[in-house]
Design a protein around this ligand. Structure first.
Ligand SMILES: [Zn+2]
Length: 304
């Protein structure tokens, strides 16, 4: 195995320039050496997994912001004030807790430039997503399945975890390397082509004619479940609610011709529940710490 010094794309001009040169060099080598040696620098919080990231943060965040605005213009925002307030409240609590957590663990750089935003969109889809930069959408069709704030915290914890763990950049990097070597170069040199934009839209199924989502890998889904349980717990939501929530999701999926996106890339319902049971003791230790710090007072759980 090759061993390479760590590098990342930050906005400092000197570092950025060197990183680009290294990245171009790696891109040139990748077809000959395989891409596995490229990973090993960026590390996911909590799990410590090494991941590949060739996408400059500034590019990804700018693209994400643009696509998010476009998405919001094309979709109707939910007008139910109580529901909108609940979605924003749960989102704010989790994102603030996550910021504190990353700061205390010296990993606040992971979300530099993030501006959290939580919007509730009208639609029957049982779905939610969080784009890079902290841009979150919840479909109103998810709320009956979430049932209450704790159920929504399971989903938002999971989606925020995808963003904090930089899964989109990882998928985009892999896709660019495997399918669009030339386009990866254009991205590294500070521009992105319609093909790169199309890939980002595929990540979130945003385009009207995109249709197919680039799936998160199984590893990323388990990782989002793992981090998500911890993120909801540090915000004061009981992670044990995750088991019931995912069972409700699975039951809701049985009545649908296509599984909801939140479930579509998981290997099996049983395997997911088993993993969640494994992650729970760690998440519960964070939840207990939260309760101790707040005089053992549980959050009131409002129903949708
Ligand atoms: Zn997911």
């Amino acid at each position: 195995m090759f061993s390479l010094p760590c590098w990342s794309f930050k906005d400092s001009p000197s570092n950025g320039h060197i990183a680009r040169i290294i990245a171009l060099f790696l891109l040139f080598l990748a077809p000959f050496a395989g891409i596995s040696f490229l990973s090993g620098c960026a590390q996911v919080p909590v799990t410590g997994r090494s991941q590949l990231n060739l996408v400059p943060d500034s590019q990804l965040l700018a693209m994400s912001e643009q696509e998010y605005r476009k998405f919001l213009r094309k979709h109707r925002l939910c007008q139910d004030r109580a529901k909108v307030a609940m979605v924003k409240r749960v989102g704010r609590r989790i994102s603030q807790a996550v910021e504190r957590f990353l700061y205390e663990n010296g990993q606040i750089d992971r979300i530099r430039g993030y501006k959290w935003e939580f919007n509730l969109v009208c639609g029957k889809e049982i779905n939610a997503f969080c784009m890079p930069g902290g841009k979150v959408v919840v479909y109103s069709g998810l709320l009956p399945v979430a049932r209450d704030e704790n159920g929504l915290a399971v989903v938002l914890g999971h989606e925020i975890a995808h963003a904090v763990a930089n899964h989109a950049a990882e998928r985009l990097s892999q896709a660019l390397l495997l399918q669009l070597g030339g386009d990866a170069l254009s991205m590294l040199t500070g521009s992105y082509s319609p093909a790169t934009r199309h890939l980002l839209m595929q990540l979130y199924g945003l385009g009207a004619n995109v249709g197919v989502l680039l799936p998160y890998s199984r590893t990323q889904e388990y990782e989002a479940d793992h981090l998500g349980l911890i993120f909801m717990a540090i915000a004061g939501y009981d992670p044990r609610g995750a088991l019931d929530f995912w069972k409700r999701m699975m039951a809701a999926a049985r009545n649908k011709p296509r599984p909801p996106e939140l479930l579509s890339t998981h290997p099996s319902d049983r395997a997911r529940l088993e993993r969640i049971v494994q992650y729970l003791p760690e998440a519960l230790s964070y939840y207990r710490r939260y309760l101790q710090e707040h005089g053992m007072k549980k959050r009131p759980v409002r129903r949708f």
